[in-house]
Design a protein around this ligand. Sequence first.
Ligand code: COA
Length: 716
Amino acid sequence: MANYRKEGDIAVITLKNPPVNALSHAVRSSIDHCLTRAQNDNDVSAVVLCGDGGVFCAGADIKEFSKNQHRLVPTIRDNVRQLEASDKPVVAAIAGIALGGGLEIALGCHYRIGNVNARIGFPEVLIGILPAAAGTQRLPRVAGVANSLDLILSGRHASARQALKMGILDKVVPGDVVEAAIDYAKSVAYKPVSLRRVSEMPVKGVEKADILFQEARKNTMKKSRGAIAPMNCLRAIEAAVNSPNYEEGLKKESELGNLLGTGNQAPAMSYAFFAERTAQKWELPGGKATYKSTKPLPVKTAAVIGCGTMGTGITISLITSNIPVVLLEADKKLLERGLKFIQQVFARNVKQRRMKADAAKKLISLVTPTLDYQQIKDVDLVIEAVFENMKLKKEIFAKLDAVCKPSAILCSNTSSLNIDEMASATKRPDKVVGTHFFAPAHLMKLLENIRGKDTSPETIATVMTLGKTIKKVPVLVGNCTGFLGNRMHWIRVTEASFLIEEGCLPEEVDRVLEDFGFPLGPLKVSDLSGLDVGWRIRQSQGITGEKVPAGTPLRYRQGQRYCPIPDMLCEQGHFGQKTGKGYYKYERPGAFQAMNDPDIKDMIVAYCRDHNIERRKIPYQEILERSLYCMINEGFKILEDGIATRMEDIDTIWLYGYAWPRHTGGPMYYATKMVGLPKVYERVCHYASAHPDIMHWQPSDLLKKMALQEAATSHL
Ligand code: COA
């Protein structure tokens, strides 16, 4: 758990808990023993603390939280105290990462040396807690208030160079950091440590603290949307500045930390952390193949077909991870426009100092633009990203099949169309797979990979690994209309249109969901992604054409309740943000800020009047339940159908593709752990009987089964 060895008169304590040296109880106890041993050994003049396997430490062992084992003594705070109290200088040798409790341990040491590639940070806010082993009190003493607010509230990782500049690291070295730390320890071995004890240092940057706190408070309230950890982190940093001494600040940190530790958001966010990792451990239904049993093919080169918004975003994602891309487009002008967009994105990165100009130039040079299919014949993998038209896609897949080498994998970026139908246009259906990126593809983390009926495990392994390589969060799902994400999204948007028809205005529906924690309500999202997309799909399915005479109370299509308001908007050119009008109006086409539109209100009210639909005031709770439970019910149907194999797959897709508020874990976690399945099922049944004409309210069998099971066990 922690090894002890001596290099001359330097004791070297090495944390050993693969893969990331998380601070489990055993590791904490080991640190305690090793330090005591070093203290008691008269031949030891100084100590180096480092991590095994090229990693310093990823902090508390998150798995211990649910069992409360993180509270067993020695706690991380005890380790920090003991390290700092040592009369023999302790030097932290940081390779890889020092995160959360790992950084707190390092801040307990008297000196900190980092490898040039090391990253440090306090990601606690991302799992709903705060750095509770004195991190909020110590960081402001070495890095100042501004840097502490930046790191602790964002949870971001800082590079070694940034950490050096902030004063967190004392030195950054290019080579072996342990060797460097041993040398450093020798040079400080007999120096007094009193001036190096962080708890005894004054907080830095207090002069501007008030303004910084004011700004941070404003930003946090705007961004956190119901998550309580960010504000508690902020209050804890304030306590470092405003408390009469370190110990008092520490008490406040404990108080705020305990509030988070006993609430329901921290478990939801820890769940989200592991859900994302579980989702990547894919398996086929029935365990026919798994990530463990299947080797991916190497992807050294790729091609992207189509140079629109999606194609260029996907190209940027690939080249940013050093995968050369042949970018193929049928239209020369579109190709030029796409290339220009790619250059602009990198130019912006350079301007914002996220990357050096020569590095950007090198990455852009990885794109080979072409109008000629022959240029893609040798690539390992192709991603088709043309617009949603099956006929066109099938033509392209047939062409790809004829041109590409036999081992090449053929992917489609479709967001809803049938993968098997595309595969049927080729002689290699085993190598055809869906890779659904989310717009903007170079920024959004989710990659929804869709297995067709013939997609081979090797093909699946390849696109799942590719997802990780290009720093996305890949999730494997089955093939159905809309796949997993859009199948649920469409239901919530349909339900939103029924709510509008029955009495809500768009802004009322959105406000409830935004209060719940979504950055944008479903109707603003529809405006953002374009109302015409769904309209064209409905047109192609022949749903929109049916005329219903005025005076008809409710409208039906193909035997189901149907709200024509979204079609009416499109018929009037309201395609959303891109046309400057949708459910909302915008200052100009493409503007982001949605404004309530009185004309839309008039249109909705007139429509209801014409069709004898009596509008009513819909209670807040009903809007919330109908918006969330309809899609949760669908989530259970998705599990039933085998489109997803685990709850974690659904939650990860919603967290990363649709900005589901992380502090509620995801739709399935929220239903299961925060609301309770018996209650969700009861409400689904209630809405099913209130709206027998809305098919999506028919309760899922799986939801019913699990709810009844839970109700039975809770009565035991
Ligand atoms: N506690 C327990 N397990 C942890 C962990 C932690 N703090 N950090 C990582 N792990 C586990 C992961 O669950 C994963 O386990 P698995 O292989 O069984 O799925 C494994 O370590 C590797 O992590 P992964 O995230 O897949 O590797 P990575 O190289 O992409 O990222 C980190 C490594 C450390 C950057 C990332 O895991 C991370 O951010 N960890 C959380 C750190 C944190 O929040 N610390 C604060 C706690 S106070």
